[in-house]
Design a protein. Structure first.
Lengths: 137, 137
DNA sequence: ACAATAAATAGTAATAATTACGATTTATAT
DNA sequence: ATATAAATCGTAATTATTACTATTTATTGT
């Protein structure tokens, strides 16, 4: 996923291409790590001092729907990052301080031998947590 | 973990054995599934109409510290369940509606081949989500 | 059993993340 | 350039969680 493709997706789905959306997309493309709504506000407040959370959350939600962003929840907070370029299903090793990630190759679902048939499965989550070298230094 | 052992642990660590704690422990022992703070309040409100969230959360936190309860976070909400009797490290298949669980045998950490050395690992989470037979019927 | 004491609790307020809403502004198509 | 529907702002509402103070209560030693 790159910014040009994200813009294309937005327009194809009938969403307007606004300055705020442009900057949000660029921010995630630049940072390539999990960010909270508050962090988005902080990054963009020099350009958009009055940027409201309504706008931030609505756009984050649209970006997730379009597959532009991936979402997770860390410590009770929603976090978002640019979808990894590989495109295929994957999981993450995540720095709890800065949101930096590393892709984990295998998906544990393939190895599960437990009988899951009693449940109608809708999804799963596998994340490894820690602190990256910058954040422990 | 059974209620008697939980009570023993509480006393050993210098906590008082109160009626509210007794009922909370019994509730989790009976239900054997993930419950939210609000659900705890609802279950106990006939016996304790004025039971405050301060009390509920403080006790939940103590129980987690003592290993009596396990904690997770689903959809932005903290959920708690009685620690599984097996005692060893495990993961869960979880019903998103009622909190019922099934233990998953394998831990995916054993199979990870990705190099994790760039991070100082502190933990991981593996959960499978779905709806149990009662909740889909 | 009784009194002393330190912890637990109720009632309520504060905090924090997220969602919602009416009025206004703006991107886009014509 | 204009019409129009979507996007945004400013702010309020909502929800889960945590915090605070006065009061109550479980425990301990006598």
């Amino acid at each position: 996923m790159d910014v040009l493709r994200a813009i294309k997706l937005l327009k194809e789905e009938g969403y307007k291409y606004t300055d705020k959306r442009k900057h949000m997309l660029q921010l995630f493309a630049d940072e390539k790590r999990y960010l909270s709504a508050r962090e988005v506000q902080e990054f963009l407040k020099t350009n958009f001092p009055g940027l409201s959370f309504d706008t931030i959350y609505r756009n984050l939600s649209i970006f997730v729907d379009l597959g532009i962003l991936e979402e997770t929840e860390l410590d009770g907070e929603k976090k978002f990052r640019y979808t990894c370029p590989s495109g295929k299903h994957h999981h993450h090793l995540i720095c709890l301080k800065c949101g930096k990630t590393k892709e984990i190759d295998a998906c544990p679902m393939e190895k599960v031998t437990t009988d899951l048939s009693e449940f109608q499965i809708t999804g799963h989550k596998f994340e490894i947590y820690g602190y990256c070298s910058q954040c422990t230094a």
